[in-house]
Design a protein around this ligand. Structure first.
Ligand code: BDP
Length: 331
């Protein structure tokens, strides 16, 4: 009797406490940390911050999103792993360092595969883009929208590059992907894969002669202070994703998935617009700082040297040949 009384009293107290707790602490907000490599004011940063704010507002306390800039949460290959295993909830990733993890995305890192940014948009915003999203999802990354990353060009500390011969012997930093090593070696340079954050120092000490990037990154990383020759090779037009950890995505209600998806698409629209303005501004800043920029009227010599890079990639990945040809002939 005693025991029963005691037990029921405990049960009763527990039920009352649980009810009180629920009243005083409505469902705890889930905190989502987001990785970003860029600094404050960069187009991608602005778009990610606006995404984080909008999702936080619209989910009314169910989710709070925070963006960590300047790669403070790790370099890009590490961050990709962290989003894959759900330790980080979201990120803006370039498809370059994605290649070693999601093989299909290497197709986007083939030099000169897109003729223009418009061509890249057409491909990524259509059925083929969905194919890449599916491949990312198989590796636990939900790509909700695509960001721009302009065209990447070579820059270095010693001379303008007009022909592939000018690349001869230059130590050039590349992102973490073997395809870029093949690309630079095909041009006669020495490729060094290195984390983005280490490039500035290496350019100053002469560990590197150069690197390659778009105008906004060339400017915001301050590489232009050391590498004063920027040559418009425009050899890579690589899209970037706004990616969510699959485990986080699947934990959301349908309603919240809809909110996150809508805001990711809005963020990419915003980023693409800011990208155009940001590229223009960065171009002006580096010109004003005295960077010598040269156009390359005929890129055929560079493009021809990439044929063996394509051939060996296709030999290793015959199943991707059709996709490559479809993209190459789609414009
Ligand atoms: C920037 C990309 C960033 C890359 C960086 C790099 O937005 O994702 O990590 O280049 O070169 O343009 O590593």
């Amino acid at each position: 009797m005693e025991i029963t009384r005691f037990a029921s009293k405990t049960l009763c107290t527990t039920a009352v406490s649980a009810a009180m707790l629920a009243m005083s602490f409505p469902a705890m907000a889930e905190n989502w940390r987001g990785w970003n490599i860029h600094p404050d004011g960069y187009p991608n940063t602005e778009a990610l911050e606006s995404f984080a704010e909008a999702v936080t507002d619209r989910t009314e306390g169910r989710l709070t999103l925070q963006v960590y800039n300047n790669a403070v949460l790790g370099d890009q290959p590490d961050a990709i792993e962290q989003v894959r295993n759900g330790a980080l909830a979201f990120a803006n990733f370039n498809m370059g360092p994605m290649g070693p993890i999601v093989n299909e995305t290497n197709v986007l890192s083939l030099p000169f595969i897109f003729n223009s940014i418009d061509h890249m948009h057409e491909v990524m915003d259509g059925e083929i883009g969905q194919q890449f999203s599916d491949a990312l999802a198989d590796k636990n990354l939900i790509a909700l929208s695509w960001f721009d990353s302009g065209a990447r060009s070579l820059y270095n500390t010693s001379r303008p590059i007009n022909t592939p011969e000018d690349v001869e012997g230059l130590k050039i930093r590349v992102m973490n992907n073997d395809l870029y090593v093949d690309m630079i070696e095909a041009l006669g340079g020495n490729a060094t894969p290195m984390a983005y954050g280490e490039v500035y120092q290496s350019l100053t000490t002469g560990v590197l002669d150069g690197a390659e990037n778009n105008y906004p990154s060339f400017e915001s990383s301050n590489h232009y202070e050391v590498a004063e020759y920027y040559s418009l090779t425009e050899h890579l037009i690589i899209p970037e994703c706004l990616c969510i950890a699959k485990a986080k995505w699947e934990s959301l209600s349908e309603e919240d998935q809809e909110i996150v998806r809508e805001e990711a698409i809005k963020a990419s629209e915003m980023q693409r617009q800011l990208w155009v303005e940001g590229s223009q501004q960065s171009h002006e800043i580096v010109l004003e700082a005295g960077v010598e920029i040269n156009e390359i009227e005929d890129k055929t010599a560079f493009q021809d040297l990439m044929e063996p890079v394509y051939a060996s990639f296709i030999e290793d990945n015959p199943e991707l040949e059709d996709l490559i040809n479809t993209i190459r002939t789609s414009n």
